[in-house]
Design a binder for this molecule. Structure first.
Ligand SMILES: [Zn+2]
Length: 139
């Protein structure tokens, strides 16, 4: 069983509906087939999926900051981007920037441009990103 098969098999019906609603179009044919089979196996109708999709996932976790702001899932993973940052004149460092992306709906709040201005202002004060030093680079 591939990691993908394993992942979709272990989702609840609710999680599966969110996963399909946001991500289905982004998958290749092979994965779409697997998703379709999973829907049939669970006996879910399009209407079932739509009803579930409309509700946010309500996870038990006490720390809501560990949940996806879009779908409510706590299935987040650390996404790493590498950037070069100037630390001193002529010296840059390669850093790894880590942010959380939702495994279900694909949302990463740190990479989304907030629609409203207050969200943008709030972001200035809140920093969810962690920076990890990789190596120095001299030019
Ligand atoms: Zn999500």
């Amino acid at each position: 069983m591939s990691e993908f098969d394993n992942f979709i098999t272990n989702l609840s019906d609710h999680e599966l509906s969110i996963f399909i609603g946001y991500r289905y179009n982004g998958f290749l044919e092979n994965s779409r087939e697997k998703i379709k089979k999973e829907i049939i196996k669970r006996n879910l109708s399009a209407q079932n999926l739509e009803n579930l999709f409309d509700k946010k996932i309500n996870t038990e976790s006490k720390d809501k900051s560990k949940n996806c702001p879009r779908c409510g899932s706590d299935k987040l993973f650390l996404e790493t981007d590498y950037e070069e940052k100037t630390k001193f004149q002529y010296i840059t460092a390669e850093v790894a920037i880590e942010t959380n992306r939702c495994r279900l709906c694909g949302f990463n709040p740190d990479k989304e441009t907030p629609k409203n201005i207050f969200e943008r202002v709030k972001r200035i004060f809140k920093n969810n990103k962690t920076e990890r030093f990789i190596k120095w680079k001299t030019i």
